[in-house]
Design a protein around this ligand. Sequence first.
Ligand code: MIC
Ligand code: SF4
Length: 656
Amino acid sequence: MGENLTRKILRAHLAKPSEMKPGDEIYIKVDQTITHDINAVMTYLAFEAIGLPRIGVESAVSYLDHNLLYIDFKTPDDHIYLQSAAKKFGVHVSRPGNGICHTVQLARFAAPGKLLMGGDSHTPSCGAAGMLAIGVGGMDIATAMTGVPMRLTMPKVVKVYLTGKLNPGVNAKEVVLEMLRRETIKGGLGKVYEYVGPGALALSVPERMTITNMGAEMGATTSVFPADETVRTFMRAQKREDEFFTLLPDEDAEYDEEMTLDLSALKPLIACPHQPDNVVPVDTVEKKAVQQVFIGSCTNASYADCAKAALVLRGHHVHEDVSCTMGISSKQIYKSLLRDGYLEMLIDAGVRVLELACGPCCAIGQTPPTNGVAVRTSNRNFRGRAGNPNANIYLVSPETAAATAIKGTFATAEEILGDDLGILADIREPEFYDVDDSMIIKPLPAEEAAKVEIKKGPNIQFLPVPEELQQNLKVPVSLKGGDNISTDDITPASAEFSSMRSNIPLMSKYCYMRYDSEFSERARKMGRSIIIGGENYGQGSSREHAAINPMYLGVKCVIAKSIARIHKGNLINHGIIPMLFEKAEDYEKIELGDELEIRNLPEQIPTREITISDNTKGFTFRARLECTDNELEVVLAGGQLRFLKKQLKEMGVETA
Ligand code: MIC
Ligand code: SF4
């Protein structure tokens, strides 16, 4: 039997062992890394703490793209720090205004067969170019930048066989919303979705990116498309055809699971509040008055997406009760839209074109009004994601968003264009993009880099390091959460909160603020404590602050029914032990404030079976530690920084 694409790429990067069995720990060499402004300060503080003079990967890019509002001195200080750290360590910088990390990385750095790790959950976007791109936490990126092989739990590979062709008015967004409807927000845990078949061939690279991007919402390790002629065409348009080579799964490739999806059968879909898998056809959803429409983000702001939205809006006007904004995802796309007249159509229709940044997608501007209804082409509709916990967010395609902006309630492009719907099918990605890398600062030669001084403004505080592992724990429960707590619940986004990410003493005061406003103070007073969670704890964004802040407040363990992949890695890296209830009914018995006791932690941890007593309720229960051998070592070492320093010393690598 032949090999699938995922295994081919992993095999080419495999450091050890020689076998790749799903569920086992493997070590892979990383070619590329990316970070972005709202979480990278901790990554670079960690890289400084590791003490290496320069990065050890082929390319690392530091994107300044999320928070460009500069509401006070904090974010500009962060950007100056990041730019100086990049100079020092040999990292590229994509300057504010160049575009959103995933869009720019795909356009300018992605290439078949590469392995990318990114400090952002939507890193899988680059899987659209026939490479493997995996989202992890910031400490993992600091580790990856050293060049040491990275641990990964070998995923299962799911073949998604696409047939048919998208009808006009139906977008790649519908493909991934249909996947979410079928697979749910935790269905992708431990899996890679590999899209193949005649339907896949017909999708452009930016369309593929919408699909690989939102694989993150299923909790998948990553998603990938083959490096076929469609990728060649995209790379030619980016004037990088010389970096292209064909890389396909073998014809008789073996997969762990298989499914099929007929693109021709898809109709416009909408994800209703408050989870991205709450998907129904647009024409079945109760018509509500919509106050905001946002067309943008790394998910759905390609050239063709924006042009299609413009064609729907042409000759119409945004409804008087709607505020419609657009966040184009890169300067390159912006210039092409300007050249081809689409920007004018959008502006004439009353669309407010924003900065080229993540912005509203992560609550940096455009917060919906009280009890508002916001329709967005982005990827997450968690409660509070747009900055207002009582707003309702719906996720749709750009075509549906544009029609909704006109009507003031949920509507499809067909309702606006009628018999002219077919004009949408004529929109293609440009034959050549406007290639201009002047907004990317290249790394300095090592000699010059060594002289660079790192600049740290007053908001840039220290990187908190966890305590070493305790022998015994006798601590209260500081929070009991339900299912699907997202990292947005633990550490909210917004211009203000994002600017606090370099200052953990300040930011930790707002930990869990929208979910349980008393948590921070309670945990601080408790000194040390344990968090209890339900299913899919820590889903969503990769922000490691959702681990660092609780750790700083004294949280020692999270015991949940299940934990999302990236967050589990962040907990381990930052010295919080992630445990899973052996019996779900034990979750029901434990209450906030209960005293839990775990004896002999260093002896119990290696057994992966932990006995815990609830002294308040008077019962004993068991929790599992679903960790690989290496993760266990990190837990025992008291976090990744301590572990890595030890590891580098053993490898004979000189660190400061
Ligand atoms: C997001 O989409 O939630 C973000 C903001 O890009 C995050 C990154 C972060 O919060 O640091 C993500 O997806 O990982
Ligand atoms: Fe930025 Fe939103 Fe994409 Fe995250 S999902 S990288 S916040 S545009």
